[in-house]
Design a protein around this ligand. Sequence first.
Ligand SMILES: [Zn+2]
Ligand SMILES: [Zn+2]
Length: 79
Amino acid sequence: MGYAYYEITRNSATIQAGYGVEAVCERVGCTEKIDRGLGYLCGRTPGGDEHSCGGYFCGQHLYGDNQCEACTETDEEAA
Ligand SMILES: [Zn+2]
Ligand SMILES: [Zn+2]
């Protein structure tokens, strides 16, 4: 298990991800320091999938099945 650094493609842009990459929660207005490890990822797929945006959020802004607020709502509407 060594996923400290890797590159992912998100919204047609390549970004650095992994638990070794320092980041800030992507929720607007939140300045919580996080990293881009899977523990802070919305969903389970780096870069996002049909259930998640692939954003990185602090523990306060991840809900339910490790999704951000917007994706939690989208998933509920689709269900
Ligand atoms: Zn999301
Ligand atoms: Zn946050």
